[in-house]
Design a protein around this ligand. Sequence first.
Ligand code: HEC
Length: 408
Amino acid sequence: MSLLSQTRSRWLCGVGLLLCLSGVGCEQAPVDALLPTGELALLPIEWNASSLGSAKVTTIAEHDDDIALFGDTGVALWSNGESQGKDGSVRAWRASAVVPALGFPGRWLIGIDEEGKVQRLKSAAAQTVALEDVSGRYKLAGKKVLDVASLGGALVAFALDGRLAVSDGMTLREYELPLRGLVGSQGQAAGIWDDQVVIFDAERASQRTLALPGVKWLGFDPQHSLWAATGDSLFQLQDGVFRLAHRVDGDDTLRGLSASSRGLWVLFGQTIGLIVDGQLRLAAIPQGATMSAQDGLRLVGSPSGDAWLLGESQVLRVGEERGGGQDFVLWRKNMKPVFERLCQSCHLPSGSAHLDLSTHSLWARYRNVLGARVLEGMPTPMPPVGTGTLTAEERALVSSWVARGQIP
Ligand code: HEC
């Protein structure tokens, strides 16, 4: 018996809800509390993509300082704001993800190519990027992979033709679940099958199925709550049912939903929204986006908290002032010069201090310690006495960058 048929009964509650939404038979209907809306202050993020050219980017994978853009001219890697080069051998992509590396600590950026192979991005020497087909290492050789999602921990889910395969890094288990639009969080995979949302618990190998006619996109928010969107409505899974959270008005449409570390991003006809703190905050799609008119515009949430808007020949990054993208922009503009002038003699990756501080993500990780060292000299000053001092202006810049860590 297929796993799906075991839980057909779950249909009922989902269908019941939908009847209620259309005003039929509402005795037991939960009263859906719609999300309050507010305004979102959105900035275009200058992330130095000048050498990207006019590639059409299909999917993006990001980890710490690395950004891999998979598109129709190949895959390009940016690290800490610098282009690391490109591999043009594969030019059609289905999906990408950041997954635990197999065989050593760290992360892989992987792309699923059009043929269904799992390609990992390698950047061995500086300015060289290469792909390695790792399908065999996942025991997926000869199988056509359609989609991928990291489920947290060691778990990675692959959507195959008609099946879901879950790898824990050692073994691959397959289940009869024909899902698409895969997303993952805390050991769970969620995907779409016909007009249903299937939530699969990889540790227990159990699943729930909920009907949601017209469902197109899924996303887990940072609190691991599942959301789903149709072409005109947004739902949140609460107490086992999808409750309506927002419905577009008039002839507006909903065009995408994608998770970020800050909240869930939602793309509408002319606006972009961020669900955060129980609110749907909305902003106009920024200029530079002749994109807004394009039907093909797609939304990809970023682990930095920002969002990417992918058009036919444009990649636009947007975020809040407090977001990770803007933090990087300010680091690059104001902190990198300080690093180069006063810190890099000791703090390069293999430097004498044995503490690499050469990237934005490391500065962000050490933000408070770094502030104490540089601004207060606590417990001992950085740079060490006799090896240079910051100008008043540099101190002010470090101070305001460090203070960004306290933005609530
Ligand atoms: C002359 C070499 C040298 C220079 C220049 C230098 N550092 Fe250091 N730094 C060290 C050494 C050695 C340590 C480890 C010993 C210690 O913690 O004092 C260290 C430790 C640190 C730590 C502590 C991390 C922790 O875990 O406590 C931070 C943060 C730091 N440096 C930041 C900076 C910054 C920012 C600059 C430039 C503005 C800088 N350093 C310049 C040598 C240097």
